[in-house]
Design a protein around this ligand. Structure first.
Ligand code: SF4
Length: 380
């Protein structure tokens, strides 16, 4: 049993309005964000990226369920039919389905929803929140005997490290539903790139080292709830620029930050405010840049012009880029990050690389994104 009975009773009395799930744990890196979003239910509209992610997941479920029902490894015509219903990620769905082969007999479930009670026992989906604090939805679960594989689809524009909160949380959840499992493998499937990052867990590791970690996260959240203490945490990676009305940004805007720094503590406070404002400003500039490029118009202020439109665009294929990287003896992921700095370096180092990439990217209608390049300056 995970928690002491007295503690359980105390916690149940709290009538927690939220479940401890992967998204709330991720958001709790800034407690203010966590409180606003998961306790008060305040949220800013879904971004285009998150809507696209939701559509991809719905399509992936429909496709995999269809393969299981019909006992097929692939069915591209069906994939195309499903993809047509989601124009914002149609090419992505087609690409992923073309790349993937599924073994229907291995697939246990898609969008597998798990709820656990305070003693980490599975409970039915309609259990009230205060009796089912732990939850998670696993995109795809495959199982053979005592080994399970969890696949989590990522539509992000960059590949990141596998050591995320859900990497630990999802296998732990699954181990509570199926205690017979001796090994659980977790896979982040970066669907844009055809890259999968993995992490394996033994039953012992989940019990001995992952569970205390989850109990630590739980205590951290419960302490904040009990003390009603939810500070904005704008330092480095804890701030994910949540787009909520942030007290740190407000403090910066109302002039509190424009003071002389006399003590180290003041400097630290000011640095936190400055960091958050900088992050917010960078996100705003990105949105302006996107708008200006899409509409092909500069944005004029009274004396300044935000001129983002002087760009020439060409498209390249990610799979082709990865192949080319291999041919040149480079890391296959070189240049896939959104910043493109690595790619520019490669172009400078191997002048023919750019030409080769353009050539192999021709006539590709999917798996491509825009690369912006400033035209050479005109001679005066
Ligand atoms: S912008 Fe950053 S610091 Fe401010 S509330 Fe959101 S996550 Fe927290």
């Amino acid at each position: 049993m995970g928690l002491l009975i007295g503690e359980v009773a105390k916690r149940v009395e709290l009538e927690l309005p939220v479940r401890i799930r992967q998204s709330s744990l991720t958001d709790a890196r800034c407690l203010y964000h966590y409180q606003q979003h998961h306790i008060k239910g305040i949220r800013k509209g879904d971004s285009e990226a998150s809507v696209r992610g939701t559509h991809f997941h719905a399509a992936a479920k429909e496709y995999v369920d269809h393969l299981v029902e019909t006992g097929q490894f692939t069915h591209y015509a069906k994939a195309e039919e499903i993809a047509k219903a989601y124009p914002d990620c149609q090419s992505l769905i087609n690409l992923w389905c073309e790349r993937s082969i599924f073994y229907p007999e291995r697939i246990y479930a898609t969008e597998f929803n798990i709820l656990l009670d305070w003693d980490y026992r599975p409970v039915p989906p309609d259990t009230p929140i205060k009796y089912s604090p732990y939850s998670g939805t696993l995109d795809r679960v495959e199982m053979i005997g005592e080994v399970a594989d969890i696949y989590d689809y990522k539509t992000n524009r960059a590949v990141f490290d596998v050591e995320t909160i859900q990497t630990f949380y999802y296998p732990w959840l699954l181990s509570k539903v199926f205690p017979h499992l001796r090994e659980i493998n977790f896979h982040l499937d970066f669907v844009r790139f055809g890259v999968i990052r993995d992490r394996s867990f033994s039953k012992d590791e989940l019990e001995i080292s992952v569970q205390p970690q989850i109990e630590g996260w739980e205590s951290y959240l419960l302490e904040a709830i009990e003390n009603n203490h939810f500070p904005a945490m704008g330092g480095h990676s804890t701030c994910n620029y949540c787009q909520l009305q942030c007290p740190l940004v407000d403090a910066g805007l109302d002039g509190k930050a424009i003071v002389q720094v006399k003590k180290y503590d003041d400097a630290k406070d000011m640095a936190e405010i400055a960091f958050t404002m900088k992050k917010r400003a960078a996100t705003m500039m990105q949105a302006l840049k996107h708008f200006a490029s899409k509409e092909d118009t500069p944005i004029e202020l009274t004396e300044e012009v935000l001129d983002f439109h002087l760009v020439e665009k060409w498209k390249y294929d990610r799979a082709a880029l990865m192949k080319l990287n291999e041919q040149y003896g480079l890391n296959p992921l070189n240049g896939l990050a959104p910043s493109k700095q690595a790619l520019m370096k490669t172009f400078r180092r191997y002048p023919e690389f750019e030409r080769d990439l353009q050539e192999v990217s021709e006539n590709r209608s999917h798996s491509e994104f825009e690369f912006k390049k400033k035209p050479p300056k005109e001679e005066k």
